[in-house]
Design a protein around this ligand. Structure first.
Ligand SMILES: NC(=O)c1ccc[n+]([C@@H]2O[C@H](COP(=O)([O-])OP(=O)(O)OC[C@H]3O[C@@H](n4cnc5c(N)ncnc54)[C@H](OP(=O)(O)O)[C@@H]3O)[C@@H](O)[C@H]2O)c1
Length: 247
């Protein structure tokens, strides 16, 4: 499967800042008709609207609140590509007092949020000839980083769910893309201590457009991510992307 961005309607969760803002701007630069900026606070999309006019349509989405996601799926009923980008990170070791609270918080947003978005938008994408579903996972989906151990666990879980979505959504012609950035220069990257090693968010957003055109399932867009991708390529091809019977 392969999808061109030109003329398409896109929805991006967490479009107001960081990687989500870069994704919004890259899609518009490559000829998207419209981007639904799915944000917790519609006021946070004002600068995007000032720059791009009515090509940016704010919709309220909180990944922890199913009702907002269902309402967004009704508003954005003409969407062709859904990008579930929004996510949260706590810097927590498994031995810290707040580890379990951090894990529950990250699972609710990063994993249950993904499931909520997929459940609400799968029928919309099906009605619109399949389209594509993009999930922002991480290199931390593949290796646990002990200073943000619970985040890594949540991103491993979201990657696992993304694999299931690839299988299930293929039946309705929806392409699924799993994106695995390394350190990226955003607020989250700053909080994780990545300032010295971070790559720009445009590497991720431009990579997504190329990967959708190429019909890839995995994307490793930046310097560190490419190292992971090379080491992981054989397992990805021969196990994750292989057609192994489930019994
Ligand atoms: N930066 C990195 O180094 C890096 C590396 C690998 C993967 N990633 C992944 O890439 C994605 C984007 O990360 P980022 O670096 O751009 O993060 P960021 O700068 O911290 O921005 C996070 C975005 O998620 C939104 N968000 C948080 N909780 C939400 C909720 N409950 N409902 C809806 N939106 C919510 C935020 O909205 P508000 O403005 O309202 O808070 C904001 O738009 C995340 O999934 C992250 O895990 C990032």
């Amino acid at each position: 499967m392969s999808i061109e961005v030109q003329g398409k309607n896109i929805l991006v969760t967490g479009a107001n800042r960081g990687i989500g803002k870069a994704i919004t701007e890259s899609f518009l630069k490559h000829g998207a008709a419209k981007v639904y900026a799915a944000v917790r606070n519609p006021d946070s999309a004002v600068s995007l609207i000032e720059e791009h006019g009515d090509q940016v349509v704010p919709v309220k989405v909180d990944l922890t609140d199913e009702s907002t996601i269902k309402a967004a799926a009704e508003t954005a009923s003409d969407v062709d590509i859904v990008v579930n980008n929004a996510g949260v990170l706590k810097t927590t070791s498994p031995l810290a007092d707040d580890a379990i609270d951090a894990l529950k918080f990250e699972i609710d947003v990063n994993v249950c949020g993904l499931i909520r978005v997929a459940q609400a938008f799968a029928p919309v994408l099906k009605a619109n000839r399949g389209g594509a579903f993009v999930q922002l996972n991480s290199v931390a989906s593949l290796k646990n980083f002990s200073d943000f151990a619970t985040y890594s666990a949540s991103k491993a879980a979201s990657y696992s769910i993304t694999q299931a979505l690839r299988d299930k959504l293929a039946k309705q012609g929806t392409q699924v893309l799993s994106v695995h950035p390394g350190p990226i220069a955003t607020d989250m990257g700053h909080d994780a201590g990545f300032d010295e090693i971070a790559d720009p968010p445009e590497l991720v957003s431009e990579g997504i457009i190329a990967a959708l055109q190429a019909g890839q399932f995995h994307l490793f867009p930046d310097t560190m991510a490419k190292q992971f991708g090379e080491a992981y390529a054989s397992f990805a091809e021969n196990v994750v992307e292989a057609n192994i019977a489930e019994g």
